[in-house]
Design a protein around this ligand. Sequence first.
Ligand code: BF8
Ligand code: SF4
Length: 624
Amino acid sequence: MIRKKFYDKVTQEGIKKAHSDGVETIWDRLEAQQPQCGFGQLGLCCRNCNMGPCRIDPFGEGPSKGVCGATAATIVSRNLVRMIAAGAASHSDHGREIALAFKEIAEGELQRYEIKDQAKLKQVASKLEVDTNREIKQIAEDVAKIALLDFGKQDEKILAFANAYAPESLKKLWKSINVAPRNIDREVTESMHRTHMGVDADHFNLSLQGIRTALSDGWGGSLIGSEFSDVMFGTPQPVQSYANLGVLEEDKVNVITHGHLPILSEKIVEAAEDEEMIELAKSKGAAGIVVAGMCCTGNEITMRHGIPTAGNFLQQELAIVTGALDAMVVDYQCIMPSLVDVADCYHTKIITTSEKAKIPGAEHIEFYPQQADEIARKIIKRAIENYPARAKDKIKIPSEKMDGIVGFSVEAIVEALGGSLNPLIEAIKKGTIKGIAGIVGCNNPKIEQDKSHIEVAKELIANDILVVGTGCWSIAAMKAGLFKLEGAELAGESLKTICRQLGIPPCLHMGSCVDNARILAVISAIAETLGVKTSDLPVAGAAPEWMSEKAVAIGTYFVASGIFTVLGNTPPILGSVEVVKLLTKDIEKVIGGKFAVESNPHKIAELMLRHIQIKREQLLGKRG
Ligand code: BF8
Ligand code: SF4
């Protein structure tokens, strides 16, 4: 094993059990991959055409150019732009699916879902300058139309959603350097075009397109996904929930819904609450049905209903290793194909549901929103029927689970503050809250699971920084008790007092990865109220344990929205000094934000604190 020590004891025990059951896990496979390709790690390998693959010698002894003449800077930046494009495409394709379902609801074609939050719809509509003094159906139709046009309009104008939501200062800046996103699909397509053999070779120019593509995600695809999910399923409000594998129950049918799409997970939750299903479970000898989430779809249903979360990215195999998981229902993104191999050693059914994401060896039950209820019941039924197949001697559910308060949408934060963001802004001005930090992103087996997530957050709150976050960070934070009201005990004196007054934890769960749009909204609103640029605010971001291409897109749109962002492990860019210098230094003058790379959690926090301190001094000095 590469790592003998695990921050989360549940993971430690799970790995031990996996090994004694003869199961290989992600950590074993990482070890088997060592040493990983040095060219790949540096971003110096190109296989964008069949004159290659080409690789550049980082030591200057071998070739310094590809067959076509591409330099290290060209190759590294092209590879990075492709990562951003894949990440943006993933979030945005998810956003599109939500928008399409929303359009059908608006048109009365999809009866299985409804517009649960009409007030939110009106709020979105008025931002988009859609007349809200009409029937809900008409408003919804217009809003859906605008969203879908953002995926395919052919003019040069900025996305309607980005135009409606981004602060004027950011839009002006984006326009001035020609990175305002025009069309969500177009930016991804153009990124693929520019990185084709023999197109864009200028690393700066390529990086600008990377930025434009990332912005089409953060202020486009993700934002649409997040806002429409609120309209369709309800805007999250504070609710108690639980996290870690201990949420599974031995005497009940256990179903985990894993992936990203709330259109599916919402219906799985409903189906499991169906009396008929509960009776069926009882007829098989179970005491009931537990639905738990995993990864971001888990975040979606915990935020809206307090449904427990079984774990974050690195725990997906270990959930099966409990021997008590009757079905894992997956849609797409962050789902390891290895789940099927792990499930082979137990009785768990892996059920794929998206036509876009099939796994050899899994059972495929395709999910259509038009038949959502029937299909969700069919899936739950499969889990129930599988309950008697458990091997009793293989069952071991860890007892650990942690409670916490989740559900901090922007609306919920505003409500907790008494109706506006002003008390937060005043607290920042006074210094009782020194600043805001966003911590987001994945787990990565190269990093001790959850350790950086938690230690960075703890150090920030101890320094009176309010921490908000999403994705697998949120699940880590919840498991560590940072979403408990008592979590405030770990905060600095003034943050502690504020948390007690407001009845909020010191770290706020803002949702899934597409909900990073919520963080952008809070930051933008604060900047606009203060009449400053987002890059002037005492705000910093971090993705301490990132691994996915989506995280690269997120980091990039945060930077391009003026936020200093620390990455906890190195992206594959070290092969080009020019690209490194651009992204960690020069880009700040262009766009207001920049990246830093640092793996030590204490140093990550230090970098963020220093940045926040500098911005505080500048901001308060400027404001007199
Ligand atoms: O979209 S944080 S491991 S689950 S990519 Fe994946 Fe990373 Fe988790 Fe959600 Ni986000
Ligand atoms: Fe090699 Fe250029 Fe082809 Fe890349 S695009 S594989 S560097 S020849």
